[in-house]
Design a protein. Structure first.
Ligand SMILES: Cc1ncc(COP(=O)(O)O)c(C=O)c1O
Ligand SMILES: Cc1ncc(COP(=O)(O)O)c(C=O)c1O
Lengths: 484, 453, 484, 453
């Protein structure tokens, strides 16, 4: 067990960082000053040992196969990290004048043009910080668009039941009523149900493609048309874009709005939960509503940040972008080119199908066609036969040094495991994964009770989530307090 | 090319799959194939990509100038231990710690971050981070509005105008009314004025920033008293987190919610991001907090463990009823800040914050000694202040830029009634040599500019 | 078990690093070209996973308490690493003209002056790459000095029996006959034996102080005088300088020559076995023999590399120094100043004595006085009583996540463990170490047989050293061959 | 201050020790106390130390110039994965892997390094690294001298003069005689000349560098034949390891020992070090190898393991009878090189080496097209070559430096008979724009210089 920082250190430990500058009271009246500052004083060495030790308690892409569905845990090239640290990027202040930031602006401009071309959109805003931020940005744009047209009756947002939770949550944030559409037995959004839901209150329909079952929405063009006919807008959740880069384009499918997760498709590292970047693309009619500022290039090749367009919804964060994250995505793009990006998507699909073909012998794989970048399988039969659940398999994988797939989502598949290997894994690794899974299923049959004990070898074993939730509701157990 | 597949690999795998070719396996439904070539530059070999990015970085002369820019992004010393530790593979290439058994490193670090936020703000609970200070403001407004059931908030015009613009964007979409409290004489809000009192009536939140956008320390306690009497929550926005090293805590001032930006703690200015938003509140609002929360628990063997908790508030469980739509947050940036705070400690943070005040006062005195420059406010401040120039601030900034100085932020961009006002910032990295060189050049430029008129 | 690199990869994997430039035969005649290049082609991702996994199989200062005697495993501040990577240092070519390298030269000049002041020497050469390189450099200087004086009969080098192996090996390299001096029961070099060994063939006497038992050579001034009287030179092995910085100076003790291990005393990281830096200091009469080039400063404050002095032995490596290692040591020095350095030495002595005082109850601590920066203890009694050896204790410590002390050296103490905690460890860590050691000794008494099984929890357990040695003698097993 | 001790810690610990004060505990014997103050700059707080070092780094304008310097230190592309992985805590803060159970990471990496050295040179065995190429030469000479029992070696004058100077330093001390083989017409050694044959007679080693100091590829096979007939060992020195990506291996040429420098594989030029020396030889000399060796074995459970072996050759066991005095070597630098080689692979190494040849030829052609510049040799070369200038090389270099070019190395420093010779190097990082800009400036400077005469 690793002590918390707050149980380490001694008052007075640590380096000097600045020359002595007196006391706070030399500069401010006492009434403005805080009573105490109860942070621990640690030697740098203690801090180093602490965080290196913490790092050893994590699974990560660089240490473990991480087939976490819907998250695109691909390898993050180290080139990205090196260029992101260039002082010419890191030390540039967001209010530096445009003429003193031409390199940064050129990069952003090129990135925007590149994404627009790759996804068939008129323009992108690089401002949103993550996928969900992109979604709500797009919802704000949709709302502004309809309002601008005086079409204020449009208050519903259509979302398939397989959609990621951020979709309905983002729609709700701008006050949209969420209408959920069921999936067909083929794992696609039910176009009949969609049509039935369409009326003149529909503001926007959010589609994820490939959807979270890893399947291409075959009726996507028809659905787009139907929604458009009803006066609604089509939104493309591009979190799964790793299946389609260079192969097809949401713009060509008729979408008005979309977001990308640069931290999935474009190799920005996930960082243990962020930061990401969630650029929002827009078709010609929606582009004027994109957040401001955006980068423009004048006839002389000079770049600048244009503060605002008349129709823009305004800014969705204070500064123009998660710039340093964009640098990483840009680096990824320029070493690949359009062809390399397309090949990565093809190989992502290849890897997923390869695992799927092999897993078919082990677990139920519910849909019959080839998948795209990921697929779901179900442990329902296994559960019936042995009592072992998807959860148990997931925990068992951890013992083998493999991160668990996404579990119990989408909800339409019982005892669901969603597996996304990504293109950067070798065949050797995939083969090994399948064998580990096979062995776990065998273990479930041979010794079902043992499955609930898994994992055995991780730093901690299964944790008590119930108790912590009860206390947390009262604001307890969410921070160190010094009490034992 | 980062994918490892050789042609042989591909063939063998296609055989197992039973697909004739890679192209056919991955092809979109008929009719959706891309027809025109992409407008994307051809692939660069890695050494040329590196050189290309080095050229772009080099083309940002602003990154090398002596800078007095603050206004929401602060250049502070980053102890090298911070990036060294935070950028370890196991931190940067992990996902959100949903699998507790495989993520105790990230989880404990977030728990420590939550604790730091509480210790710094004096409040009870805090979450795992938000995108940045400006979106944290939006989340705080949503919390307050839900807590009070009121669709109207009152915000000081001394709050960062960029933050207010973001709030406006969202508020329009969310149907929340935002009223603004006027800038008082001393570039802060007069909480005792009748006008302010009227504006606050019926609001769900009273929102002040301290130190405010002009650098001045606001009367947060006054705002809290006013809010309380109006049945509103008090939200203190903190943009320059370094000030927390010395200033009264939001809790001490009576704030219900503190939120803002912690970029100052170990993160580079990086042309605007990623930074790290924080939010903290009193216990009773815990279930309204947006985003992830880590709690302490134990495993089946009784070992202490950390885990994501109260997920029932979150989008992936609660969907359209979630307290926020946030999913990916700023975990790695929060880790930077956590390691920063661990490294500097109370002792370091207080001394660095004090050095900021010292340098800001030295800068202000030196700048005010330049003929033609006048003060804008005599309010107490942390490390930023406003001065008035004898010519439009924009012109002066342009002249100083030619001499490789970023003199400050032109306030007329947001406050048209302040055409000659310059917002300046000094930090512990502002050296006396910088100040001397700058004020020397400033005197010359002002002289020349006035002579030219 | 982690595959070797050579058992991974597939031909054709990996990134492109340069634009295509044709084939080797386009530039050189076929007869000059190699037949094949049998290196594995790996994706960067494979390389990353491989080396991150390897890193997890190491103990290190940042992850483990590492009380390895004579090695000064102190914390390496991360500031050092950051400044060492500055492009202004890293990208500077060793043949860059002096006027284009003024910053580097200023640093080297200042470092040389600083070391000279701290150790009381006339001058230092920053050229040697490590301690042993410094030693042989000094031996070459001694030889040149005597030769210059026509005193060619001096062919012996006196070395205490507690000296590090590099001392006699370095002396032998220049052809000196090594005479070993025994230690007294008090753990000091026997001055009587030393005097007896002195005659007009003595070229130099190498002393380590504090010696490798962690004890100050109390007779050091007398010994210096005796050797000088016999016409020999005195050499100070400064590997243990962490005990004395700012407290006393070899120059004041009369030494003619000395080396430092910047990778011990001055926080240059050990790197898993190097690189280090082993500057050699010289008194006024020996300084002219120092290796060339050295940095000089002219009246105008301009620095340059002076190619050679008439009496210089010449260069001991092709370029002037392990420059990037020097940057680290310099960074360490400037954040400490003379006072901080002295305090570090005092605290190193404090930590060693603290552990020593507590270990006295557990194992035999052979010498009665306080120690300096390290001390030795003996498991001889334990071995007699239980059969458990120093080796077993060392391996048991590994299981507790503590690196083993130096074992079985110096040879004068049977079943020896040499413990050097360094100043950067907290009292908390030292207390924990003592308790682990206490528990191991108890285990030895309670269950002696179990001791030979240790370690149980390391990545590999005790290894077969005999077999590998037999094969290695024939050149087998020292590289991957592809055979299984 | 990096030590963690608070005053309370110190007091408590002194109590346990039974010492009255820190000063008395650590004090030297009476009379040895330091009497005068030290000439050492006062301590700097960390942010100022950082700034001070940034200033020093910035004062090295040479690091930013367009460089054509080689001559033993080569500027190559360093894939960012290399430093990223090699500088992990667990690698940089470990000691020599004496405790095998706690050091499998370092041990396996060294085993892989030894393998790479063998694969690249074609020889049987290799050690864990040596300080650098020049000291590797000394170790190779000692090996050869011990293997043959001869105290005399013959070395080509086309071997790096800096390496030869180091050998001279040691040879004087060790009592080994060094004879030099003359530079032939085409800046390489004529192995067939009678003079060379005479000089080789009685030598324990014939030492050639290829590519040699002038960039030319030597007739190593010729040297080996000659050595063999004289009963000497053949030592091939390799200073630009990148050439191993394409050139015939030392083994193919018949060398018994290959040694030199692998800085080119992922290590910066760094004003001269640290770099990484290597040495490899045929099986029969394995026990004469200097320094550490890692071998493959297994643990008590039968798992593969790596361990230091043949320690009986080393100083810590064998003391004055050791094969070398080396202890600390260049483990971390060898790790850089190992990760470099793993990252680029055969495919990458060959293509990078080929790009070096391409750029060197482009550079040479462009330089020779400048009026007044003449070639010095038509021998085949890798990425370095010598040209003759119409003015003293030193003067030309100085002129070009003022234009921010490091034109090359002035050979007259070591070869007084070559006053106008400039040794130039191009690598894969030498861009066509660099070459064009350089040759443009060169033409102007030569013109101006000649006009001034
Ligand atoms: C399908 C889908 N949509 C949206 C999101 C939200 O993206 P972010 O986490 O970047 O906010 C995710 C991320 O997990 C996702 O998988
Ligand atoms: C006492 C002593 N002398 C000399 C040396 C040799 O130093 P290096 O390993 O740097 O060559 C050592 C290193 O272990 C040592 O402990």
């Amino acid at each position: 067990m690793l002590s918390l920082l707050f149980d380490q250190g001694e008052p007075g430990r640590g380096s000097d960082f600045v020359a002595p500058a007196g006391k706070p009271e030399d500069y401010l009246s006492a009434g403005l000053l805080r009573a105490g500052l109860p942070l621990p004083d640690l030697a740098e060495f203690e801090v180093t040992r602490h965080f290196v030790a913490l790092s050893h308690r994590n699974f990560s892409v660089d240490t473990n196969f991480y087939p976490l569905g819907s998250c695109t845990m691909k390898y993050n090239p180290k080139l990205n990290e090196a260029v992101a640290a260039f002082p010419g990027f890191a030390d540039l202040h967001p209010y530096a004048p445009d003429d003193a930031a031409q390199g940064a602006l050129e990069m952003m401009w090129t990135l925007e043009r590149t994404l627009s071309s790759l996804f068939g959109m008129e323009a992108f805003s690089l401002m949103p910080c993550a996928g969900a931020h992109g979604e709500v940005t797009a919802m704000l744009m949709a709302k502004a668009y309809h309002r601008e047209r005086g079409d204020e009756k449009r208050v519903t947002c259509i979302v398939p039941d397989t959609a990621h939770g951020t979709n309905p949550a983002s729609a709700a944030m701008v006050g949209y009523k969420v209408v959920s559409i069921p999936s067909t037995p083929q794992g696609r959004t039910d176009i009949g149900a969609l049509r039935a839901a369409l009326d003149d209150t529909v503001a926007v329909c959010m589609m994820t493609n490939p959807n979270t079952l890893g399947l291409f929405e075959d009726d996507i063009v028809e659905m787009t048309k139907a929604v458009h006919d009803a006066g609604g807008l089509m939104y493309y959740d591009g979190a799964n874009a790793n299946a389609i880069v260079g192969l097809c384009r949401p713009g060509d499918m008729g979408f008005d709005l979309m977001h990308l997760n640069l931290h999935k498709t474009f190799s920005v590292p996930h960082g243990g939960g962020g930061p990401g970047a969630g650029p929002v693309g827009a078709s010609a009619r929606l582009a004027p509503y994109l957040p401001a500022p955006r980068v423009v290039k004048d006839a002389g090749g000079v770049f600048s940040l244009r503060a605002s367009d008349a129709k823009s919804i305004g800014p969705v964060r204070v500064f123009a972008s998660h710039f340093i994250a964009l640098v990483r995505a840009y680096a990824y793009i320029i070493v690949h080119g359009a062809e390399g990006l397309r090949r990565n998507s093809e190989l992502a699909v290849l890897n997923a199908n390869y695992v799927r073909a092999k897993v078919k012998d082990i677990l139920t794989v519910p849909y019959s066609d080839h998948c795209r970048h990921e697929f779901v399988c179900s442990a329902e039969v296994l559960k019936k036969e042995t009592g072992a659940r998807a959860l148990d398999l997931a925990k068992g994988l951890l013992d083998a040094g493999i991160h668990a797939p996404t579990m119990y989502w989408p909800h339409v598949v019982p005892e669901c495991l969603m597996i996304e290997p990504t293109e950067t894994e070798t065949k050797e690794t995939l083969d090994e994964f399948v064998e580990v899974l096979r062995a776990l299923v065998k273990q479930a049959h041979d010794d079902p009770a043992s499955m609930q004990e898994l994992p055995l070898h991780t730093y901690v074993r299964r944790v008590d989530e119930a108790q912590v939730g009860r206390l947390a509701n009262k604001g307890i157990g969410l921070r160190w307090t010094g009490e034992k | 090319m980062h994918a490892p597949h050789t042609d042989r690999d591909v063939r063998e795998m296609l055989d197992v799959i039973g697909a004739p070719s890679l192209a056919s396996l991955a092809a979109p439904p008929k009719g959706l194939e891309v027809k025109t070539p992409f407008d994307v530059a051809p692939a660069l070999p890695e050494s040329l990509a590196f050189a290309h990015l080095a050229r772009l970085a080099g083309a940002n002369s602003g990154a090398r100038m002596t800078s007095f820019l603050g206004a929401g992004a602060y250049r502070h010393y980053q102890p090298p231990a911070v990036p060294y530790l935070a950028t370890r593979s196991e931190f940067i290439t992990a996902y959100t710690p949903y699998q507790a058994e495989a993520s105790q490193g990230s989880l404990q670090a977030i728990f420590e971050w939550q604790t730091y936020v509480c210790l710094l703000t004096g409040l009870d609970v805090s979450n795992a981070s938000l995108y940045d200070g400006s979106t944290a403001l939006v989340e705080g407004v949503i919390m307050a509005s839900q807590a009070t059931g009121r669709r109207r908030v009152a915000i000081s015009r001394c709050v960062h105008p960029g933050y207010r613009a973001v709030l406006d964007t969202y508020a329009r979409g969310m149907g929340i009314e935002v009223v603004e409290l006027p800038v008082g004489a001393d570039l802060s809000v007069d909480m005792k004025s009748a006008a302010v009192k009227d504006l606050v009536a019926g609001a769900g939140a009273v929102i002040v920033q301290s130190p405010n956008f002009f650098g001045c320390i606001e009367d947060v306690a006054g705002a809290a008293a006013l809010a309380k009497s109006a049945g509103a929550l008090t939200i203190q926005v903190i943009v320059e987190a370094m000030s927390l090293g010395v200033l009264k805590t939001p809790a001490e001032s009576g704030a219900d919610i503190a939120l803002g930006e912690m970029q100052s703690f170990g993160l580079p200015v990086g042309y605007g991001g990623p930074y790290v938003g924080f939010i903290a509140c009193t216990k009773e609002h815990v279930r309204r907090l947006p985003g992830r929360l880590v709690g302490e628990t134990h495993d089946v063997d009784g070992r202490r463990a950390f885990v994501l908790t109260l997920q029932g508030r979150e989008q992936h469980i609660r969907r359209e009823l979630a307290s926020s739509n946030i999913c990916t947050n700023q975990a790695l940036c929060a880790l930077f800040a956590t390691i920063y705070l661990a490294t500097v400690g109370a002792h370091g943070l207080r001394s660095i914050a004090t050095a900021n005040m010292e340098r800001a006062r030295e800068l202000r005195a030196a700048v005010l000694a330049v003929p033609g420059i006048r003060p804008s406010s005599e309010a107490q401040y942390f490390n930023e202040f406003v001065v008035k120039a004898p010519l439009p601030a924009a012109l002066l900034i342009e002249r100083m830029e030619r001499r490789n100085f970023l003199a400050g932020v032109d306030l007329s961009r947001w406050y048209p009634d302040m055409p000659d006002a310059l917002l300046m910032c000094a930090t512990e990295l502002t050296s006396r040599e910088d100040i001397a060189a700058f004020t020397g050049a400033l005197a010359t430029e002002i002289n020349d500019a006035l002579a030219a008129v």
